[in-house]
Design a protein around this ligand. Sequence first.
Ligand code: GDP
Ligand code: MG
Length: 309
Amino acid sequence: MVEIPLDSILSPTPAGFRSGFVALVGRPNVGKSTLLNQLVGEKVAITSPVAQTTRNRLRAILTTECSQLVLVDTPGIHKPHHLLGERLVKTARNSIGEVDVVLALMDGSEPMGRGDQFVLDLLQSIRQPVVIGLNKQDMIAEEQREELIASYSEALPEAPLLPFSALTGDGCSALVEALGERLPEGPMLYPKDTVSDQPENLLLGELIREQVLHHTREEVPHSVAVQIERVVEDGPRTAILATVMVERSSQKGILIGRKGSMLKEIGSGARLQMQKLIDGPVYLELFVKVVPHWRQKPGRLAELGYRGE
Ligand code: GDP
Ligand code: MG
């Protein structure tokens, strides 16, 4: 499971607040990434894709006045062709795991296909509440919309059906409200300004730092810090942009090496580790920056995730 940071437990939560995990289920291209960006804002274009566990990938955290939604991806459920029958239902249940609500995202600009039907059938056997989000409503005419809504509500009659557009934002707040209402009462699981899983970024940073220490030994000692600037999903690939900070320019020289050879080695070592963690291809871009005395700058430290002390 995802670790719950201590400071969120210590901060008071309004009465009646609801919080929990929302599984995002949807075929590729239905608009998952677009929705996350729309909901959580530009920062979550850093859709932090790494998982502590490979079962549920944490995607984004959305905090409103009355609820906190932790959106997780559930790999497997939208790949019906890979598995059959009982085994599929079991896999789906497992991959939905301990989430509180399921958001089934559909491309509402196209007729319902067999794949969609399959996913909906599957969701019938799941004990958690399901909300169906019909995306891309900006693309279709009123008539067409009614037809689509009719076919979807037949497929899973108990689930509320919410037409929206991840692109324009229309209908998104109703979607969030419908999800929030179905979460159990509970405190914030993350500080309210968190939009993605910070510990994951720390972990990625640690993988780079490990390679720096491994390749440079004592020459670049502990005065090195890594900041993950961006983590962006780019199709199947995850692009990661990171800055390695050192205190002196001589250290920068060592890290970069002759014609960039050292940095290349560090980068490819870290990339291999990251690929294991993310379980997919990674593109890693590293920069080296001299930040004199970064260790004495409290703002810098907080940015890097070193809190307290
Ligand atoms: P994902 O694979 O589920 O993450 O889907 P993406 O978010 O990458 O979206 C796939 C494509 O659909 C992209 O070209 C998006 O711009 C487009 N798209 C997503 N949501 C909408 C929407 O509400 N309206 C329209 N017109 N296009 C959308
Ligand atoms: Mg995507």
